[in-house]
Design a protein around this ligand. Sequence first.
Ligand code: RIB
Length: 293
Amino acid sequence: MKTPTITVIGSINTDMITATDILPNQGETVLGQSFQTKPGGKGANQAVAAARLGGNVQMIGRVGDDQNGADMLKRLEDENIDTSMVDRIPDQNTGIANILLSNNDNQIIIIPGANDEVTPDYVKQYQKNILASDFVLIQFEVPEETVLYCLDLCHAHNIPMIVNPAPAKELPVSSWSKATYITPNESEAAQLFNLNDMDKPMNQKLIITQGKNGVSYCQHEERLTVPSYTVTPVDTTGAGDTFNGALTVALSEQKELAKAIQFANAASALSVQKLGAQEGMPTRKEVETFLAH
Ligand code: RIB
């Protein structure tokens, strides 16, 4: 089978992770447990997940000319991701995500920096590469106009595209309808879509991740659930990104939708067992072994 080419358009962040048992109230100071710096950004995370699972991945994004930018680029290159479409912007900062880890969950504050400059004009210069992809994957940590531009482009040229609407942002129905699949989590889905009253084509597109309650998708107008795997998480940051990267690989290999979701569920279950969004992302072999057992 030909290795699928996947283009990920999205954010590249440095994650500043603070683990704490107690979250401070407004105006309060507390003592935390640990602090670590790790590679992140929904775009970069999804690119790494797809590359580890066997995709031929090219990333379109931007970093600053700071040390974080150099480090994040190197991390992507080490994963065999084509970074020739990631540039370094002079006098700009690489995106930062301040992550508070507490009680097996996270709270994240993003400072976009260079990610805000992944504009339609920037992406347009790589139109040829996008159109040579088997699948395109995008999230909302780059400007909304860029998501709209990519939807128009891919739709006009029949290139399948997944929109992971994280963080949640509303788009007109005419734009959502250009996506092949939309992959919100439960709260993003509730915020963005009227789940009780959706037309058939839109319903078909929605793949909703629901944590331990599995993933809901639509088949023959019926909403079905692929169960998730039960694991004890160390850090759930990036679980959704692993799911999206894995789903894209599986779909570009023409796996049937329910099987592709099961593959992505396995990948994301494995990914939460280490600290950091990218650290625990599994290889193809690890997912296949997990599924075989
Ligand atoms: O989805 C997790 C990611 O969200 C983190 O890596 C952080 O960078 C934020 O973008």
